[in-house]
Design a binder for this molecule. Structure first.
Ligand code: UTP
Length: 289
């Protein structure tokens, strides 16, 4: 079955990025020349998905507006003959069909996925976190869809992290079935040091089956009183199956100040107009370190 919908949760409070995120959603913070959320949506579109379900909250309307048609702006740019900018603005408003669902309280990622149940229905779908960037030659979501096509069960994206950082992630253990594809046998949320030998950490990309909703309904609030997607995934693993996929590409947590800086440098170096100048600048800075 072809996957047509992507859920992008953007309802979190972004407390790690305060004060920048007091009035601006973290997903709208700019990385070089585009807001973080545009990179996410472009990855989804490049993976063949046009329908995006945004899980939003109050104060997040800038995200919906960014992908909407702006009559005033387009008319203004056309009248002034600023055709390159007009093309860019039109491109954004035509990228996706957006449906917004409100998460009335930030009760966790699991809860954010749960509120999309009526919009998604009985189809498999992908979840892409609104602040998790992956720079890859083949879009990460596309790589994951290929794994789903083969196994027809839920897939989580994983990356290897240093052992001393495993306590910050959801960690999976499992048997490697083929290059980079694991059948998950255990899922541990933020493991205490020494409690796992695995360093395969879950990042913000998931391909899910509709059965996840039933698991979410039965998931009790976990760490921080939030409904954790990881807990529901563990249930799904026990009742059906769960696969983990070590994707090819570089991942940045743009909801974290340091991750955001890394993403900015990475995408600035790759930028077609700014990259060469920025590289030269970085070399000059490095000389003084
Ligand atoms: P994060 O944990 O990174 O988001 O969730 P947060 O809660 O905004 O971050 P901090 O810790 O306060 O800085 C990952 C993604 O899930 C969304 C967030 O918007 C983010 O894109 N999310 C999280 C929701 O939509 N609802 C929630 O209840 C929690």
């Amino acid at each position: 079955m072809k996957i047509k919908k992507a859920v992008v949760p953007v309802a979190g409070l972004g407390t790690r990025f305060l004060p920048a995120t007091k009035a601006i959603p973290k997903e709208m913070l700019t990385i070089v020349d585009r807001p973080t959320i545009q990179y996410i949506v472009e990855e989804v579109v490049a993976s063949g998905i046009k329908e995006v379900v945004l899980v939003t909250a109050s104060g997040k309307s800038a995200i919906e507006n960014h992908f909407d048609y702006s009559f005033e702006l387009e008319t203004f740019l056309a009248q002034k003959g600023k055709l390159d900018l007009l093309r860019e603005v039109k491109h954004i408003s035509r990228l996706i069909d957006v449906v917004s669902v409100r998460q009335k309280e930030p009760l966790g990622l699991g809860h954010a996925v749960m509120v999309t149940e009526n919009v998604i229905g009985e189809e498999p779908f992908v979840v892409v976190l609104g602040d998790d960037l992956v720079d890859a030659e083949v879009p990460c979501v596309y790589q994951m869809l290929r794994v789903f096509e083969k196994y027809q069960e839920a897939v989580v994206a994983v990356q290897r992290v240093p052992m001393e950082e495993t306590h910050r992630y959801g960690i999976v253990e499992g048997e490697e079935l083929e290059d980079g594809v694991f059948k998950v046998s255990r899922l541990i949320e933020k493991p205490a040091p020494g409690t796992t030998k695995s360093n395969l950490a879950i990042i913000g990309r998931y391909v899910l089956r509709p059965e996840i909703y039933d698991c979410l309904h039965r998931t009790l609030p976990g760490v921080g009183g939030e409904i954790q997607l990881t807990d529901a995934l563990d249930m799904l693993r026990k009742e059906r199956a769960l696969y983990a996929y070590e994707f090819e590409g570089r991942r940045f947590d743009a909801g974290d100040k340091f991750g955001y800086l890394q993403a900015t440098v990475n995408f600035a170096l790759e930028h077609p107009e700014l990259g060469a100048r920025f590289r030269k600048f970085l070399k000059e800075v490095a000389k003084g370190l």
